[in-house]
Design a protein around this ligand. Structure first.
Ligand code: G3P
Length: 217
């Protein structure tokens, strides 16, 4: 499973990238707002750091506007994936932009039918939002599993990009189901390294080591 980092925080991306953990980055208008940075400036900086796809989201609500914004965002770098919402206008924009050879990430997906439409429109990525479904007492992971089944049934090339990931268990489940990509906040990716038994085991080893009076260096 590829790891994308869901943030516009360049320091956080750099830290994970140094460990080889970043296969791509996703941003959205809320994350740009949170960064306090200019969208083109911060996106350019991220694209220079990361070889993989960097999603930058359009904000127009009509297809023509999304296409124009998408073309503008694509000028930032060759690794831009243009993000459009899963609306009828977004699907039109997806078709036009993918026909132009651009990467398109169709976002705000909440149903298998929406994912099916995005694949038919040639999306590079489909972004089902797990956490936001869980928020309303629906099963976000069931959506990932349904899309996996549907895409595999017909060999769609669209990659499933599990989004709105909030917990380390979301990462495990997305990987178990076979999501192609998971995009998660930096904190969730770092938390994946934690285990209470690792901490306990390390405490035990260090306390026994201290009793030996030895040094390695
Ligand atoms: O990848 C989409 C993500 O940014 C949305 O996450 O936590 O706001 O639902 P969240």
């Amino acid at each position: 499973m590829k790891f994308f980092v869901d943030t516009a925080d360049v320091d956080a991306i750099a830290e994970l990238n140094a460990l080889g953990m970043v296969d791509g980055v996703t941003t959205n208008p809320s994350l740009i707002m949170k960064s306090g940075r200019d969208i083109k400036e911060v996106t350019k900086e991220i694209c220079n750091m990361i070889a993989g796809p960097v999603s930058a989201e359009t904000v127009a609500t009509d297809a023509e506007g999304m296409i124009a914004e998408g073309r503008e965002l694509a000028k930032i770098a060759d690794n831009i994936a243009i993000k459009v919402p899963l609306t009828w206008a977004g699907l039109k924009a997806c078709k036009t932009l993918t026909d132009e050879g651009r990467m398109v990430n169709v976002t705000l997906c909440f149903s298998p039918n929406q994912a099916l439409l995005a694949a038919k429109a040639g999306a590079t990525f489909i972004s089902p939002f797990i956490g936001r479904l869980d928020d309303i007492n629906l099963d976000g992971m069931e959506l990932i599993a349904d899309i996996r089944t549907i895409y595999d049934n017909y060999d769609f090339g669209t990659e499933i990009l599990a989004a709105s990931i909030r917990t380390v268990n979301h990462m495990t489940e997305a990987a178990r189901i076979g999501a192609d990509v998971a995009t998660a906040p930096p904190g969730v990716i770092k938390k994946m390294a934690e285990h209470v038994l690792t901490d306990k085991g390390l405490d035990g080893f260090l306390s026994d080591w201290a009793k030996t009076g030895q040094k390695i260096l």
